[in-house]
Design a protein around this ligand. Sequence first.
Ligand code: SF4
Length: 509
Amino acid sequence: MKIGILELLSLPAGNIPVAIYHTLVTKQFSSIMPQVISVWCRQLGHQTFYGTYYGLGDARKLLPSELDMVFIACCTEMSPLAYSLAKLYRKAGIKTVIGGPHAKSFPGDCLRFFDVVVKECDKQLITDLLANRFEPGMFVSSTRPLNDLPTVEEREPEIRASAFFGRRWRSPFLVSLVPNMSSMGCPYSCDFCADWDTPYRVLPMERLAADLKFIAEKLPGTAVAFWEPNFAVKFEQIFELLESIPMASRVPYLMECSLSILNESRIKRLKETGCMSALFGVESWADYANKSGLGSKRHVEDKLNNVIASFKQLKDNIEYIQATFIFGIDTDSGDEPVELTKAFMREIPFVWPTINTPSPYGGTPLQARLLEEGRILEKLPFVFYVTPHLSITLKNYDPCSYFEQLINLSSFISSDSMLKQRLQATPALKGRFFHRVRTLGEKYINRQYCQTLELLRSDKQFLAFHEGRSDVLPDFYHHLYDKKLGKYATLLSPEERSPHLEPCQPLLV
Ligand code: SF4
């Protein structure tokens, strides 16, 4: 059979600066599972066509029109594009399958547009799918824990297609990333996270060793992106392997992990093994303390000081460091969260802070609670489940005061004085480049916060929607939806744009 595998990394880029950003940065965010599915399909004797869409051109043109089956993977904010494509593929008689984060979060909604929705996947499940053992309308999940993945050597065609540049030679450029994983799942259970209940397990070290050797020898100029929820929870096991590689053959890498696993000697080992960029989830000053290595009953200022001290130790050991925050959870109130985040930035300007608004992803304890409390803006389309938009009502902020706080924080992040401090505190050229680009991006986000605040103040219907008093989607969101989807917007009716949030249980196979 002819099988298409498409990962959506972005919606269509609306303008040239965004298109340039997607080409240089978003293109590198391909995930591992679509590549794995492509390899499995090939190994099972099928002809595969793999593509990643990062916002340039027409997503439909990435795959041939003559296919027997198409797999699509995406995050929730990209789901309207996935749905539009699924309608076109279905019309052409092609069987449609969706997997990935959005399918896991909102399977019931996906079933309106796709023939089969997959939660947990393995090679046997793909074999069954290709043998048409699942009827249209099924939501399926494998009961067998996925304990290993194809090697980088086996995924090389997909890696070259997603991360490299140039049709003919497929070469790396700037930073070309090879997605990989050393583990799956996470031992923590943050209530907003899709991985809150995925058990942590380490994947085979022999496969990782072979991958790193292959990358060093055959894919020079690349870096490994460990796209796993929480890297090196089993720190010694992973680092013994990384340290066993001769210094000259070590491949630089990026990862996301918890501050709680680090101490002074481990931080030095990050540098020695080639960690070039790291993302740490701080999340909130008043909650999620375990990840930062604090007990849950400590005061917020303890957490601030502890986190600052940890990042200071990281400064000379990792080129580019990011911290993620969620602002607006139920333990946030008043000015304190914003003022503490500003204090964090003043102390350690070299760390880039990413501020997220809370989004109620399906299957999480957060979504279950907010649904029960009637705090989800149920008519808001999924395309707005992302910063700078707000899809819930907040416990301790009315919509206007929340956006005022966001504007305050975002203005500080993107200020010229903050950029100056960041550049002074960041010696690495690539790090300085990303600080400049992200400052421009933050200014863009800030303008969108200001636009929302302006509407909240001037449009009673818009305010009523955000206060949860009206379930009529404001015209603003209809227009913005059309703009974000471009020519694909006409494929989805108003009813189809409105999410179905009900939980849905998979058939375990
Ligand atoms: S530590 Fe990170 S990956 Fe683990 S549950 Fe929390 S947010 Fe998710």
